[in-house]
Design a protein around this ligand. Sequence first.
Ligand code: WT7
Length: 655
Amino acid sequence: MASPTIESILHEKRLFTPPESFVQHAAIKHIDQYQALADRAARDPAQFWAELAAQELHWFKPWDTVLNWQPPFAKWFEGGKINISYNCLDRHLTTARRNKAALIWEGEPGDSRTLTYAQLHREVCQVANVLKQFGIKKGDRVGIYMPMVPEAAIAMLACARIGAPHTVIFGGFSAEALKDRLLDAEAKLVITADGGFRKDKTIPLKAAVDDALANDGVPSVENVLVVQRTKADVTMVPNRDHWWHELQATASPHCPAEEMDAEDLLFILYTSGTTGKPKGVVHTTGGYNLYTHMTFKWAFDIKETDVYWCTADVGWITGHSYIVYGPLSNGATSLMYEGVPRPSNPGCFWDVIEKYGVNIFYTAPTAIRAFIKMGDELPKARDLSSLRLLGTVGEPINPEAWMWYHRVVGGERCPIIDTWWQTETGGFMLTPLPGAIPTKPGSATVPFPGILADVVDLDGNPVAANEGGYLVIKHPWPSMMRTVYGNDERYRRTYWEHIPPKDGQYLYFAGDGARKDEDGYFWVMGRVDDVISVSGHRLGTMEIESALVSHPAVAEAAVVGRKDEIKGEDIFAFVTLEGQYTPSDTLKDELKQHVVKEIGIIARPGEIRFADALPKTRSGKIIRRFLRNLASGEAVAGDASTMEDQSVLDMLREG
Ligand code: WT7
């Protein structure tokens, strides 16, 4: 539960009502209007979603059953025929949106591209036809390992168009991590790029794919489609590797969207858990389309002329739901930026806002904290007056960061939506509707209409106001994950068995601690399990430990999160060595590099401490609580009397 925010959040009392100028044009203008929606939805969630599904989306054929709930397995809109690429593209082409910008893209080196809905549709159809040429058909999985270029979104939409589930693997993952995911998904084809630009360097994506596939490493993969981005020197394996631009050029721009069952698999996205390997979170078509559509529409209060920018990478759920599917389903203009703030251009985000007149800006607390460090001068040197609404996601935002965001970026006129959700939930669970819900710095406020959230104890009983407990969702929602890919049992165990059903009602366990205040506002405190969040990236401590012990020098490893001013948490690893190895700085660096090789740059430990032994209970369990205290330089809290060897603690403290 480590996070820099808890102490300040506990004493936060400020309330910000949305400015009159904002409310005037908002779709949902008053808390009573929100309450009426939420009440109606709570009385009959299935009816509520059915009405919106009929009103907001195109269906080739209507559904037979709105919700089929066999806990913990939900099916939404069974019998309905739908295609999310059709909803994101085709249906806009017969309207005034045909020539509106769908994607605005700014590359890191300063190149840029705008694709209208008509142009995007054309390219998606061409690439869908390329996939078909490789024999990809409905149900075949396609891996996508790409930089932040328009082709990443095109690839996703092309897969969705022909009913081939995609699995996007973030470009910061290593060849090893890529291989694990491609193997688990049994991907038939991989779409990648020669490389990507990252902080004025290039990352060799194609080379990583080559490593993952070497020696028939992923036997299911037959072909690799390569986008040319950095012009890096790459080896093209004959009969396996193909240039995207060459095949796209000759492919037909006509490709009807496949009529998918609402419950057909749309994508798998891997995320870290507490045990073992990352799990493949499964999302299906109809419910996901509806829920990302509605949350984008109401929480971002989208207007026809808005330029909307989410700074996430398409490799994460935020990119899936709120760069690609949610915005495009609404016919919005979604901006994609390839770069990140870097020494050569620390103010690049503010440049992009000014250049494109961004109206809605959605980013992460870790980025905001980094900006605070860089000083107010950078944002103040740019014209940010186009901004109307701000959003944040990924981890609890500390009130200080919220206030800075409000004051310096939002000019005190922009509401902030703090959106709490997860890879598993598909879309926002807790968020203010910005014209209706007054905000409190550090609180994700209230559930989205149709979401029945609560804070309970381990028996499923609601806790009193302001008391800490576990965040749960009490009723299925359209974009909930359907299962862990290929592992129903793991799905059941992870999300539905920590807290038993209460009065016959199943409770979805999110893994977060939270409290609800006297106004019913939720305050999310952070993970209650062995998952840590480094710069908003979710990592399992077990995953990092496994990576460490796979190095010959390491006997045992224990990883905990340590509070970090900017990143929220940083990775702190305690390591015991095999007899023939001796501690040294060189070995520390080698181990850090080893973790980067096994998982990726996002998992590089901030600190490694060598120890002769780890603190354990008499039954041999590592006492992580002590390690967390030690990592943060705090006194070791709690009873140490169960410990096997008291002297171990003293040794670890000294480092
Ligand atoms: C975990 C989910 C959802 C997209 C980004 C991360 C934390 C996310 C918030 C927020 C407090 C948050 C939770 C959650 N989290 N948003 N607004 N306030 N905590 O997706 O990688 O699936 O991680 O991120 O701990 O469980 P993810």
